[in-house]
Design a protein around this ligand. Structure first.
Ligand SMILES: C[S@@+](CC[C@H](N)C(=O)[O-])C[C@H]1O[C@@H](n2cnc3c(N)ncnc32)[C@H](O)[C@@H]1O
Length: 263
């Protein structure tokens, strides 16, 4: 049974979906007609609009929540999000820094993954973006484990934090935040950046190498949807050509080399 106030995903077709809060007897209008929520509703049910359009009641995924945030910025898309979490080894209990908060889409994901024993420190330099990120997070949050901080850490080259497991940078000038990221991370800790342009990657790699990161790797994620139809199963004619380059590396102590000799 869907509880009063619980989030549901209404699916009519790929272009007609809604992420909504369930309130019994509440009505809402869509371009496929008006829908009234019944007294009782279960996930897996279908409900109809007054014009006969059918809506399935589905449990929303984290990707649905990310894609349905109100946006004032570009966001991290689900196609990149999964591999970022893996490369940064974000898991239950992790302490993670992200910059910038933007619309809060990636914050929602980070918060869900680090869970009640983890912590997300989300830095943003523009007050109006921070407010939006907070609002979006409040709507979709599962845990109270995020600190939103209005600050540009590039200014004083410091996050004011230490023992951080992973840092994720999604800003136009990521190279300005590499030094503070190095300071905040634990030895061997993980750094990731997301940038649309290859010039940003080149400059960031130079800075990562200078400051003390190794295993530096850059990749791009391309996904190709397949239309499955009898005797016509093949890729869709169009695909998204490019969103961003991802860059990863691990912190090393450049001034603290310990030589071990194996026998
Ligand atoms: C592309 S958006 C981030 C989107 C976010 N990852 C999401 O998924 O919603 C970039 C944000 O970084 C902020 N920003 C840019 N440079 C910054 C800096 N040096 N310090 C803090 N925030 C910064 C911008 O104001 C903007 O809100």
């Amino acid at each position: 049974m869907v509880k009063e106030g619980e989030l549901i995903f209404l699916y009519c077709d790929e272009k007609t979906t809604f992420l909504m809060t369930y309130h019994k007897n509440q009505s809402f209008s869509t371009h496929k007609g008006n829908v009234i929520f019944p007294q009782e509703l279960s996930f897996g049910d279908c409900i109809y609009s007054n014009t006969g359009a059918k809506f399935y009641v589905i449990k929303p995924t984290l990707a649905d929540k990310m894609m349905k945030v109100k946006r004032k910025t570009t966001i991290v898309y689900p196609k990149e999000a999964g591999i970022i979490l893996l490369e940064l080894d974000v898991h239950s209990g992790s302490r993670v820094i992200e910059i910038g908060s933007g619309s809060g889409a990636f914050t929602i994901l980070l918060s869900s993954i680090v869970g009640e024993n983890g912590r997300v420190f989300s830095f943003e330099r523009r007050a109006e973006h921070l407010d939006l990120a907070k609002k979006n997070f409040e709507k979709f949050k599962k845990w109270d484990n995020v600190e939103f901080i209005l600050k540009d850490p590039a200014t004083d080259k410091d996050f004011g934090l230490e023992n951080i497991d992973s840092v994720f940078i999604d800003v136009p000038e990521p190279w300005t935040l590499i030094e503070p990221a190095h300071k905040a991370l634990t030895g061997g800790g993980h750094l990731g950046t997301l940038s649309p342009n290859i010039e940003q990657i080149q400059q960031t790699v130079e800075e990562m190498t200078r400051v003390g990161f190794v295993r530096i790797r850059c990749l791009e994620v391309l996904t190709r949807g397949i239309r499955v139809k009898k005797n016509m199963t093949r890729p869709f004619d169009r695909m998204i050509g490019h969103t961003a380059y991802l860059l990863f590396g691990e912190k090393i102590f450049t001034n603290n080399e310990v030589l071990t000799i194996s026998e």
